[in-house]
Design a binder for this molecule. Structure first.
Ligand code: ZN
Length: 580
């Protein structure tokens, strides 16, 4: 029978300074974790219990989906990462070490390389497919700014899974199976998640979805449609082009507008130019000079919009897009930084679709302290191509139905990718089909941030007193507060109830500390045990004890003999028929 007095549960009265968001504060205050140094945390007994319960749910659902558990090394030879080209692509986010023979190794931020190498060696025939493998293991990422506790840590627990299939259709089925398992996992953890379309980024691949926990403190932006199920990460989000560009303002002198240079001394920002020219920002053409695959190109968006670099990279089908340096900008525009414009440029010009057909617009004149007004983009500039490049924001129109898009914040807890054959081709994961033909396996990969999921549960489920654990992932679903532990009758009643509950498979913590009742009540609320049983002197005299849910205000008095069943009934209700 676990006793509070014998454990290590260092609750804190005050909010620790290091904590930035509610869940981080509460994990520290409830004595679940302690910080070792930036982005590194120790799990204390209660935190570890909760983590293990999340892991158990993940394991059960992965097993049920037919995935096979393996465990790969965290240390991986650099050579594998060179073969997929990701040693460079990952850059400084990867921890790099050397062994005593000076061989280079990395601490795995993910495991596509290792699992694909395994599949290449061990699976040779179509008879060995499909297979999905998974592991639960610590990953390492050298974050520039570790923060928010477990949300962005340097070492964290992840469940990663990888599917290998004969072809694309079969891979779709594996993807769907993982997608469905993820939905069940997060539901069982008590989380409300939103599935959004996401960018594939450094992972490569064709398609991906993220499972987001909606929360104010979330690091990721997303949009969702008010009129249809469309939802997307901001990196990925598309918008329907406006029906028509805004009507041109009449020229000051009433004449038909043609391009005209205007001196704009010292006006560099959109705000300055807009105010000086008395031109609304939407009618300014913001001209950004980029390098695309090492060559300069101009990228245009309306003055009131931001460029989404992820969308630019996707539209141009390259990972190599970056803002040009000042020297390049001056060379291709012939003007100091701040006065670039599309008219007269002899480099490729990519424009956001929202600018299509715009006239009477203003832009930089590619000359110091000068802008050009009266620009009709199609007439006056050589636009190479129009794409959807602008960052989507609240109020934009849904790409599917034209409805209004709403902006939200979220915490990414899961991510599923259709990878295709990128890794299997580079690492030789080929199989012989029924006709003896050699083909690359089609892959998918699937991640759940296990430690992050745990913290997301708290971020989504807490109140001003503390954590409100869903029973399925609480460190203990039940706490028994023994208010008079030095009184044998009280301690005896607590022990008997705890033993009866344990015999029914219900984990219980007994608060037997020599503390005032107020402190016990306070700590029980702070840690957030779903069910609290109080054994006190007055109740004992009447043969009763008190049972209360964390979410309820009022407690219920229950006869001692009936207490075990009363507790068990509530636990059953929570688990909703799910095997505990
Ligand atoms: Zn829609």
């Amino acid at each position: 029978m676990p006793l509070w007095s014998q454990s290590l549960i260092p609750t804190l009265r005050e909010n620790p300074q290091e904590a930035e968001i509610p869940s981080h504060t509460l994990m520290l205050r409830a004595g679940l974790i302690r910080r070792l140094s930036g982005g590194l945390y120790t799990f204390l007994p209660l935190g570890l219990r909760a983590l293990r319960r999340v892991e158990r749910i993940v394991r059960e659902e992965m097993d049920a989906a037919g995935a096979l558990e393996v465990l790969m090394p965290a240390l991986q030879p650099r050579e594998l990462w060179d073969r997929t080209g990701r040693y460079e692509a990952m850059g400084d986010v990867m921890f790099k070490v050397r062994d005593r023979q000076q061989r280079e190794l990395v601490l795995g931020p993910t495991h596509e390389e290792v699992i694909t190498e395994l599949a290449a060696r061990e699976i040779n025939s179509y008879r060995g497919l499909p297979r999905t493998f998974y592991q639960i293991q610590n990953k390492f990422r050298d974050e520039i700014r570790p923060r928010f506790g477990l949300m962005r840590a340097k070492e964290f627990s992840m469940k990663d899974a990888y599917s290998f299939d004969l072809g694309w259709d079969e891979a779709d089925a594996s993807y769907q199976a993982m997608y469905n398992a993820y939905t069940r996992i997060f539901t069982r953890c008590g989380l409300r998640t939103r599935v959004v379309e996401a960018d594939t980024g450094a992972m490569g691949g064709k398609w991906s979805h993220e499972f987001m926990v909606l929360a104010e403190a979330g690091e990721d932006g997303l949009v969702e449609c008010e009129g249809c199920p469309y939802a997307a990460n901001l990196e990925r989000a598309e918008r329907r082009a406006p029906d028509a560009p805004p009507p041109p303002q009449a020229a000051a002198d009433g004449a038909a507008e043609s391009p005209r240079d205007v001196e704009t001394p010292g006006c560099k920002t959109i705000e300055q130019v807009s105010a000086f020219l008395r031109c609304e920002p939407a009618r300014l053409i913001k001209t950004l000079i980029y390098t695309v695959n090492g060559r300069p190109a101009a990228v245009l968006v309306a003055g009131d919009r931001d460029l989404n670099e992820h969308k630019l990279a996707r539209a141009l089908e390259t990972g190599d897009v970056a803002l040009a340096d000042d020297a390049t900008i001056e060379r291709v525009t012939g003007a100091p930084v701040g006065f670039a414009g599309p008219v007269g440029l002899d480099i490729p010009v990519y424009a956001d679709q929202g600018l299509r057909g715009i006239s009477g617009a203003a832009a930089g004149a590619n000359r110091a302290d000068t802008h050009v007004t009266g620009v009709s983009l199609d007439r006056d500039a050589a636009v190479t191509a129009y794409y959807d490049l602008a960052a989507v924001r609240e109020g934009d129109r849904c790409p599917r139905c034209g409805g209004r898009l709403r902006e939200k914040r979220g915490i990414e807890v899961g991510h599923v990718f259709k990878l295709g054959t990128r890794y299997s081709e580079r690492l030789g994961a080929l199989y012989l089909d029924e006709h003896g033909e050699r083909k690359p396996m089609v892959m998918g990969c699937y991640g759940i941030g296990v430690t992050r999921t745990l913290q997301a549960v708290i971020e989504q489920s807490h109140d001003d007193k503390g954590i409100v654990w869903p029973a399925a992932v609480a460190p203990y679903p039940v706490v028994i507060l023994d208010l008079d532990p030095s009184v044998p009758a009280s301690a005896g009643a607590a022990a008997r109830l705890a033993e009866t509950l344990e015999a029914r498979g219900i984990d219980v913590l007994v608060d037997d500390r020599d503390e005032r009742p107020g402190i016990k009540f306070h700590d029980a609320d702070l840690i957030g045990f779903p069910l609290r049983v109080v054994i006190g002197r007055r109740g004992l005299e009447q043969g009763k004890l008190e049972v209360k849910r964390r979410t309820e205000e009022k407690a219920e008095m229950v006869a001692i003999e009936a207490a075990a069943e009363a507790v068990a009934a509530r636990i059953r209700e929570w688990s909703g028929g799910v095997k505990e």
